[in-house]
Design a binder for this molecule. Structure first.
Ligand code: NDP
Length: 338
């Protein structure tokens, strides 16, 4: 087995806090270099993490045959050009969510990676949680009967060190919907094994959102097989816990503390037989995401979340945004879906 040699694109918080460790936790994962718009940030990041080189020259890094894959965690408006450049240089691409700011851009990214025969993954970490995998198994295995309703509780407090572009910059794809609701959508698609067809939402701007950006949203998403899902996401709620519920004809599933980056949470099922709580073999979500990306490169399997998954979460998030702007229910486009 040869190593998979990574370049990090973006001296970001997510790379610093989770993804450096996730890549290095793979037996064949090596980080060769970090690319940033600032030489100073790149140098500091490389020094902190013991990465052997750093650069501000993306083209030069992509031209290097010693790089097999890139992890892109720049601000959202940069994902498109960086993914296209990486694909054209024949590098496998794990890109952060939202994949892009517009559906056509995400479509271009998918097509470019397919044309160059490189893997494109979207780093939707929640579907890598053991809790959500258990929930999917229960829901799709019929443990609740026919699923009718789902609810996602994902109102949190945005940590102070992340209160930059997320709450200030529409151009960078800020706002709660592109930050948090995209994850809800991906998680719901994953656990229900179904596709959103219609979305409706209202947003609020409480204490953090500037420049017209929402810092809270409540929305309803209709899925193709009939489930109605409710989402509540916010940057401004310090003391709520996160969770997810699915209610079916013969059972209700309750998952607490599961909309999180951490490997925690409980899952229980209430039916006519009583309440059963499941043992969950928790493991680092990002380590799983990278492990499955490596398998996609080595064995040709799909990564945990594909480019098409990133497309689907994006178009649904944009439908929620449009609904909040117009007051209408909005159809979700079906390209790149099932
Ligand atoms: P950060 O704000 O930490 O980093 C984003 C970019 O901002 C960096 O690439 C860097 O640019 C620039 N930057 C970082 N620090 C500074 C600074 N002090 N001054 C000026 N610019 C700076 O973003 P996040 O890590 O929070 O998010 C990055 C991406 O990851 C986004 O797409 C986000 O949506 C996604 N994300 C995904 C998560 C998940 O669980 N899947 C969780 C969190 C974020 P440069 O590259 O030029 O150095």
């Amino acid at each position: 087995m040869s190593n998979i040699r990574w370049a990090l694109i973006g001296a970001s918080t997510i790379a610093d806090e989770w993804m450096v460790n996730a890549i290095r936790s793979q037996p064949d994962g090596v980080i060769e270099t970090i690319v940033s718009g600032s030489a100073e940030r790149a140098r500091e990041f490389a020094q902190k993490h013991g990465i052997p080189s750093f650069s501000t020259d993306l083209a030069a890094v992509l031209a290097d045959p010693a790089i097999d894959a890139v992890y892109i965690s720049s601000t959202n408006e940069k994902h498109l050009t960086q993914v296209l450049a990486a694909a054209n240089a024949h590098k496998h691409v794990l890109c952060e969510k939202p994949l892009a700011l517009a559906p056509d851009d995400a479509g271009q990214m998918i097509e470019a990676c397919a044309a160059q025969r490189v893997v494109l993954g979207t780093n939707h970490h929640l579907r890598c949680a053991a809790s959500h995998r258990k929930i999917r198994e229960l829901v799709t295995g019929g443990a609740l009967g026919t699923p009718l309703y789902a609810r996602v509780f994902h109102a949190v407090s945005l940590p102070p060190h992340l209160r930059g572009w997320r709450v200030e910059s529409p151009d960078a794809g800020g706002g709660v919907i592109l930050d948090i609701s995209v994850h809800d959508v991906d998680t719901l698609r994953f656990i229900l094994d179904d596709e959103p067809v219609e979305a409706s939402a209202m947003t609020s701007s409480g204490t953090l959102g500037g420049a017209g950006l929402a810092d809270g949203v409540m929305g309803i998403i209709r899925f193709r097989k009939g489930v109605l899902a409710q989402i509540h996401d916010a940057f401004t709620v310090p003391y709520a816990s996160t969770g997810l519920e699915v209610h079916g004809t013969t059972g209700s599933l309750f998952a607490r503390d599961v909309m999180t980056q951490r490997a925690v949470g409980e899952v229980s099922l209430r039916t006519a037989s009583g309440t059963e709580t499941f043992d969950i073999a928790h493991g680092d979500l990002y380590v799983t995401s990278v492990a499955e990306f490596h398998r996609a490169i080595n064995d040709g399997q799909a990564p945990a979340a594909t480019g098409a998954d990133g497309y689907r979460s994006l178009v649904t998030a944009l439908a929620l945004t449009k609904s909040a702007e117009t007051g209408e229910h909005v159809r979700v486009a079906s390209q790149f879906g099932r």
